[in-house]
Design a protein around this ligand. Structure first.
Ligand code: LMR
Length: 392
């Protein structure tokens, strides 16, 4: 029986890590999987997290189970950052639970949606490949609309049409900020319109907020999510601390549900708890406990926010330098300057992606998605020259 299983391809994005690692060239560049890198090309542990971890090791007196909801102190401390200081639980309508990373949260959100009787998820195209993969695994149909228009802005007409054509039993999965893979986010005016359109529909919004603070700021990056949440009766929010606390492999995330009537909250969340139990039972503790300790301490919080600002500033500098290269070979790098977060798409053909790898040792996804944080002031000219070479 087991031998009847079909060979599955390795995840294309994760496979890039190995491909890059095994390339012997000293001047190779990794623009693949979404991790932040400093100007020296490292992905260090945040200083605030290091300090919190030291405190955790010194003070933690038990590793006994916490339950399927994980560390509720962590879950609650994050809420003012996500939902706003003044409306952190929307009058008792929001509750959360800890999950293994943003993926664990999305898995629970989509499984909950399926349990609730939703059949289809409206997803912008392109999206993070794991979105569609999780939907497929759960037997949820995906209805795609075009996310980005030819001029490098969002394709609002496509989104309007998708919302207008929605049926009863549809959910919509929206990237809260730092769109992965395009870096093209909705403007505030567009979010205002999206919130109004969703308010008039029966569509359940699921907001994926995996990069808060890496776009334009912690508050600014939550604008769209908050606009949608004040407009609609119910929503789910998938949150990741992997990037904004640099905790990638520790898998730190949270799922929040907002309901219309606070009396329904415990029933809704009990489904999240039951699904967690059936999947991983209880989330891993360490990273979430470290985040909680950061957020419980004013000095560590200030240090964390400062480190986050530095990351964002560096990515802005890289984006500005790429944009300044302008028309490079057959592509225009100008739009990268106005995009947000770790990612942008450069319109390479599949052959050009391959040539960037084989000829220049520069690795990124087949979609042309580059992780701008993989570029430094030391290697950016090399990247631009390679782009000019393969696209000429
Ligand atoms: C990415 O898109 O590179 C990140 O979200 C990491 C991942 O798990 O794919």
């Amino acid at each position: 029986m087991l031998n009847d299983l079909k060979q599955q391809p390795a995840d294309a994005l994760l496979a890039l890590i190995k491909l890059h690692n095994t390339d012997p060239r000293a001047d190779k560049i990794d623009l693949g999987v979404g991790v932040y890198r400093t100007g020296q090309g490292d992905t260090p542990v945040f200083g605030a997290i290091k300090a919190a971890e030291a405190k955790l090791v010194a003070e933690q007196d038990s590793k006994a189970y916490l339950g399927p909801e994980g560390d509720m102190g962590f879950v609650e401390k994050l809420m003012p950052y996500i939902f706003g200081k003044d409306s952190a639980d929307m009058g008792g309508r929001i509750e959360g639970m800890q999950t293994p990373g943003g993926t664990g949260s999305l898995r629970l959100a989509l499984a909950m949606v399926k349990r609730a009787g939703y059949r289809r998820v409206i997803v912008g195209k392109p999206s993070w490949p794991n979105h569609n993969q999780i939907c497929a695994d759960l037997g949820l149909e995906v209805f795609e609309f075009n996310h980005a228009a030819a001029d490098g802005t969002t394709d609002m007409d496509a989104l309007r049409a998708a919302i207008a054509s929605a049926q009863e039993g549809d959910a919509i999965l929206l990237h809260g900020c730092c769109h992965n893979p395009t870096g093209i986010d909705y403007t505030h005016t567009e979010w205002d319109e999206i919130a109004a359109l969703l308010a008039q529909s029966t569509i359940l919004p699921i907001i994926d907020l995996a990069y808060q603070g890496l776009g334009t700021g912690m508050e600014e990056d939550a604008y769209g999510l908050r606009r949608v949440l004040v407009a609609v009766p119910e929503a789910l929010v998938s949150y990741s601390c992997d990037k904004n606390f640099g905790l990638y492999r520790d898998r730190v995330g949270a799922l929040y549900a907002m309901v219309a009537d606070p009396a329904d909250l415990s029933k809704v969340m009990s489904n999240g708890h039951a699904l967690a139990r059936a999947n991983w039972s209880q989330p891993p503790d360490h990273g979430a406990a470290a985040v909680r300790l950061v957020l419980e301490d004013a000095e560590l919080t200030a240090q964390w926010l400062d480190e986050l600002d530095q990351m964002r500033d560096r990515m802005r500098q890289v984006r500005a330098k790429l944009a300044a290269a302008g028309k490079t070979g057959g592509v225009d790098l100008t739009p990268v300057g106005g995009q947000n977060g770790l990612f942008s798409i450069v319109p390479f053909t599949p052959e050009q992606v391959q040539a960037m790898r084989t000829k220049h040792g520069i690795y990124f996804a087949a979609s042309g998605r580059i992780n701008v944080a993989g570029l430094t002031m030391a290697n950016i000219d090399q990247f631009v020259a390679a782009v000019a070479d393969v696209t000429a």
